[in-house]
Design a protein around this ligand. Structure first.
Ligand SMILES: Nc1ncnc2c1ncn2[C@@H]1O[C@H](COP(=O)(O)OP(=O)(O)OP(=O)(O)O)[C@@H](O)[C@H]1O
Length: 265
């Protein structure tokens, strides 16, 4: 594996990092295998991840890249604890802790590739509805409303707050606004880690840049960000701090973005 970052830096994966909020959370993974029963050969295990290792730093945004079918979404899902079929082996640590399902629910957010929005609601209603569902039942409504307002501002959605989301039949908000609303849904619980699966898919390059510029601002709040990304614009690519390149379930590059240029390869 080519690497300009020291994977060994994460060798003591279960340590005593306790106070990750508000400083952020480091994610370390080592020797990660993920297998499922093959759907092409009977009785054979298909290894979708093989000896995958790396780490994500807090206050940084990492890109997961590689050809279609290389295992990017699989790695994202394994790290986010979203795989309930198949066998995962190896170690994953969030801030030095082995993550339990409750830990992952509390501290991570996941933005799926396809928007999961309700077309009949406005952007504000969608976020408040999610806040009601996902934030503590004991939290007063006024506090939830304030959290939604804060998110609308952070994600640049104030201008379309009262516009209906819409659907294929009834045009509503734009693709970039829909993507940012979807990101808002993942952020409503104030996660310390944000996983995004293809956040720019289906967007034109201007809108992709806009969405990723907003996502990058979240690192200032101490969030650790990891996004799978296909053919990013050069601006989008420049926003990433580190890069994992995958081919056929293996990591072929793990390092700082731009390390190759800096080394003069
Ligand atoms: N049961 C299975 N048996 C064999 N191969 C499988 C099985 N399930 C998934 N795969 C393969 O696992 C690979 C990983 O898929 P994954 O969705 O993680 O790739 P990806 O890099 O995110 O691709 P894309 O960029 O197209 O979204 C794919 O090549 C897929 O065909």
């Amino acid at each position: 594996m080519a690497s300009s970052m020291d994977v060994e830096a994460g060798k003591d994966v279960y340590t005593k990092e306790k106070s990750f909020a508000p400083t952020g959370m480091r994610i370390v993974f080592k020797d990660l295998d993920y297998s499922v029963p093959s759907n092409t050969q009977k009785g054979v295990k298909a290894f979708l991840l093989k000896k995958v290792a790396g780490y994500f730093e807090p206050r940084q945004m990492a890109a997961l890249m590689g050809p279609s079918g290389s295992g990017k979404t699989t790695l994202l899902d394994v790290l986010a604890g979203r795989k309930n079929a198949g066998v995962t082996e190896g170690t994953v640590a969030f801030a030095g802790q082995k993550p339990t399902p409750q830990f992952l629910r509390r501290y991570t957010g996941y933005v799926e590739q396809f928007d999961t929005l309700l077309g009949s609601l406005s952007v504000y209603e969608m976020l408040l509805y999610t806040a009601e569902l996902k934030r503590s039942i004991r939290e007063p409504l006024e506090s939830k409303k304030a959290a939604v307002e804060e998110l609308l501002t952070k994600l640049g959605l104030q201008r379309c707050r009262d516009v209906k989301i819409g659907n294929a039949m009834a045009k509503g908000i734009s693709g970039g606004q829909a993507k940012r609303t979807n990101i808002g849904i993942a952020l409503i619980t104030n996660p310390r880690v944000l996983f995004l699966d293809e956040p720019t898919s289906g967007l034109d390059s201007f809108t992709s840049n806009e969405v990723m510029r907003v996502v990058k601002t979240l690192v200032d709040d101490g969030v650790t960000i990891c996004a799978t990304i296909h053919s990013p614009t050069s601006f989008c690519f420049s926003l990433f701090d580190s890069l994992i390149m995958m081919v056929k379930g293996r990591v072929v590059y793990f390092g700082a973005r731009g390390a190759r240029e800096r080394a003069g390869w």
